[in-house]
Design a binder for this molecule. Structure first.
Ligand code: ADP
Ligand code: MG
Length: 495
């Protein structure tokens, strides 16, 4: 075997492995995409339509395949959605580069051509961008997922949640098993996965609340010091600690004269809880910092560093609810900017998929609200980019032109796959879309119900421009990275 052949085969191996991974997720693309059932050695089952989730769970050994998994993760972290599209596009770019190899193009020429094409294509996206309707963007992201059964409700919830929180990362989501997706709602407040210390008989109320950023228990000394005390001194040493705590507890009782709830960052000693209970004050303790911050936002109340710092309280309605034998405390916000999305689903398996669907929809809503602009979906933006590239490629000429044309062909794989997964002819669909674009109509996409093409604008199928831009750039980047590898060399393991 000559050296040239060896290098070519490294590329071919990588491309094959990557394409194999692509094939496993390809059938999930689009509104008619199928679900996958993932089963691990322990018999745990995940049923999902989410490309990123499938790839994350796959046991991928080949380095070429691993790179595809990485690009899906990257797309998910940047845009929340569009992972399958990114992977399908990368798969087609790799497939087309094999054809270019056969025609004698050097990998470097292909990489350069692909890179240039991705820049031209994403630049052109600006011209395709229209005013975005967040509700429609949410609907498009949910279509084809488990959530589709409650399309209107879920889309509205996502828009409300993101609008209230500012962006998707700030939306707190809590999944509670039981009920159906339709029972999901936006709770205007904070939910703590907690119980009152010592339990509570009353399940609902409105009380004065306090936030304290420390604990009310004896601090265990870290110092390994031995002190010899007689029995009496030891008792008074213990009592002095207890008394200090009680003094602090009294400070709390002084503010919560009518009773109330005190939320404490660290632990609270039993003696303190008992004392406060007599004063009709309930205690929630060992709260994470994030919960303390959310509570502070929701109540419009600053967190006191110690009980000595507390000056006033805020009265809020609360309730204690039980789901699957776990207690949750719900506390209503004063304003509506601190809210929690409560997701319901019959079983944990469906609930997980509901959560993933929400995650995508929240992400795209956040993208259009914060990064602006949307393009028509169903791959129509990709077909329009392809058409633009073909006209530009002719003026570039030479071998680079071939790579740019191959890139344009690959862009059309999104619409082709959506049509194919819906049981329609991919080639006819793409040809009809190309024809529409030539006539100046860039909003036509696959008609997944009837076959052929239909107007995506009419159906409100839109996706954030940023998502498409990132999908094209990420797919190009991973393709070029794979093409540049001409040798796979075993590494010495770290000892
Ligand atoms: P991804 O992981 O890439 O988001 P999806 O399975 O969510 O994959 O499919 C998204 C694709 O489906 C997008 O191109 C989107 O525009 C398209 N799509 C969504 N709804 C429709 C529809 N009603 N008709 C045609 N295409 C649609
Ligand atoms: Mg999607």
């Amino acid at each position: 075997m000559s050296e040239g052949e060896g290098k070519k085969s490294a590329q071919t191996h990588n491309i094959r492995a990557a394409r194999q991974i692509v094939d496993t997720v390809k059938t999930t693309l689009g509104p008619m995409g199928m679900d996958k059932m993932l089963v691990d050695g322990g018999g745990n089952v995940i049923v999902t339509n989410d490309g990123a989730t499938i790839l994350r769970e796959l046991d991928v050994a080949h380095p070429g395949g691993k790179m595809i998994v990485e690009v899906a993760k990257m797309q998910e972290s940047l845009c929340y959605d569009g992972t399958t599209s990114t992977v399908v596009l990368a798969g087609q770019l790799l497939a087309n580069s094999e054809m270019l190899f056969e025609k004698g193009l050097h990998p470097n020429v292909i990489c350069r051509g692909y890179h240039e094409a991705s820049q031209m294509a994403t630049e052109y996206l600006k011209e395709l961008t229209t005013e975005a309707e967040p509700l429609a963007v949410a609907r498009t992201a949910i279509t084809g997922k488990t959530l589709e059964t409650s399309l209107d409700r879920v889309s509205q919830l996502c828009v409300d949640a993101v609008t209230a929180a500012g962006n998707a990362d700030n939306v707190r989501v809590l999944s509670l098993p039981g009920g159906s997706i339709d029972d999901s709602y936006l709770f205007n407040g904070v939910v703590l996965n907690k119980d009152f210390v010592g339990g509570a008989e009353i399940q609902v109320g409105a009380d004065d609340c306090l936030l304290i950023n420390t604990g009310l228990e004896m601090v265990k000394s870290d110092d390994n010091v031995q002190v010899q005390l007689d029995a009496q001194s030891y008792q008074s040493f213990k009592d002095s600690g207890k008394n200090d705590l009680l003094t602090l507890a009294k400070k709390i009782a002084d503010v919560l004269v009518e009773g109330g709830i005190v939320f404490v960052r660290d632990g609270v000693a039993e003696s303190v809880v008992a004392f406060l209970e007599k004063k009709n004050i309930r205690v929630v303790h060992r709260l994470p910092e994030s919960s303390m911050k959310s509570l502070s936002n929701a109540l419009g109340l600053s967190i006191a560093q110690t009980p000595e710092d507390v000056s006033h309280s805020v009265n809020r309605p609360w309730s204690l609810e039980k789901y699957n034998d776990v207690n949750y405390i719900f506390i209503k916000s004063v304003e509506d900017d601190e809210s929690t999305l409560i997701l319901r689903g019959a079983t944990t398996t469906t609930l997980d998929e509901v959560e993933r669907g929400f995650d995508d929809a929240l992400g795209v809503v956040s993208l259009v609200l914060n990064n602006g602009g949307a393009v028509y979906g169903g791959g129509s933006a990709y077909v329009a980019m392809a058409s633009h590239l073909r006209t530009r490629a002719a003026s570039i000429g030479g071998r680079a032109q071939m790579a740019i044309e191959a890139f344009a062909d690959a862009l059309e794989s999104i619409s082709a796959t959506i049509a194919e997964n819906a049981g329609h002819d991919p080639l006819d669909t793409v040809l009809a879309m190309r024809h529409a674009v030539l006539n100046g109509n860039t909003s036509m996409g696959p008609d997944v119900n009837e076959g052929g093409i239909t107007d995506m604008a009419e159906h409100g199928v839109v996706e954030p421009t940023e998502l498409v831009r990132q999908a094209v750039l990420s797919a190009t980047e991973v393709t070029n990275a794979i093409l540049r590898i001409d040798d796979i060399i075993g590494r010495k393991g770290v000892e």
